[in-house]
Ligand binder design. Structure first.
Ligand code: PGA
Length: 245
């Protein structure tokens, strides 16, 4: 029997958002009209988490965009998973390709951060994805599976979310076709090292928008989305959430 996995639609605001944008959850509720049928997560910059946590509706979950590998101590500028959990976050993005490229995060670093998130009781959203060169040379599946296995600490499938984010699709307006994304999600599920792969949620990220979300989210192994640009406007984000059933 096919496993029913509840979908997750997550907004990744990246380095966007000021105090005035704490009104976003209210605007999103209005745009949605009814409580969503899927899990909805917002990952604003860390500076807004505290204020949003105090005012958000119950159905909206909050997450960080990154966490330190350490719990506390002499790590100027870093935010730990324990601190995010303390604010009411339930999730944290780890290993986003922008962190991997801007901050030189390796699979080893990402594995430590993922483990720190799990230790703090957060659900890590572990990002993997190939570059355009890797896709065009036919190596996409190998690269992504290798990245996944090298970034993944021992973990039950229901304690983590994997985000497949092809680097060439992030912020470019180019999206993987539903068929290509489905094939990669199926490859990730088959490569999952535990026996519980059927409960693993694998979300797609990379220029997901109100026009392409429905076709992507209809694929068997696509369990949601990690949405950047289109999560910044309540109307757009609401339409993507409504496409998830
Ligand atoms: P995008 O970003 O939707 O703007 O392409 C997705 C992401 O980087 O998580």
């Amino acid at each position: 029997m096919a496993m029913m996995r509840r979908k997750l639609v997550a907004g990744n605001w990246k380095m966007n958002g000021l105090v005035k944008d704490c009104a976003f959850p209210k605007a999103l509720s209005e745009a949605l009209n009814a409580e969503p049928r899927c899990d909805v997560l917002l990952c604003p910059p860390a500076t807004l988490l505290s204020a949003m946590s105090a005012t958000k509706p119950d159905w909206l979950k909050l997450g960080g965009q990154d966490c330190a590998a350490q719990t506390s101590g002499a790590h100027t500028g870093d935010v730990s998973a324990v601190m995010l959990a303390d604010l009411g976050c339930t999730h944290v993005i780890v290993g986003h390709s922008e962190r991997r490229s801007d901050h030189g995060e390796t699979n080893e670093t990402v594995k430590l951060k993922t483990a720190a998130a799990l230790d703090a009781g957060l659900i890590p959203i572990l990002c993997v994805g190939e570059t355009l060169d890797e896709r065009e040379s036919g190596q996409a599946e190998d690269v992504v599976v290798r990245q996944l296995l090298a970034s993944l600490p021992a973990c039950d499938a229901d304690r983590i979310v994997i985000a497949y984010e092809p680097v060439w699709a992030i912020g470019t307006g180019r999206t993987a076709t539903p068929e290509d994304a489905q094939a990669m999600h199926a490859a990730i599920r088959s490569a999952w090292p535990g026996r519980d792969a059927d409960v693993l949620r694998i979300v797609y990220g990379g220029s997901m928008n109100p026009a392409n979300a429905e076709a992507l989210l209809a694929q068997t192994d696509i369990d949601g989305g990690l949405v950047g640009g289109a999560s910044l406007k309540p109307q757009n984000f609401a339409r993507i959430i409504q496409s998830a059933r």
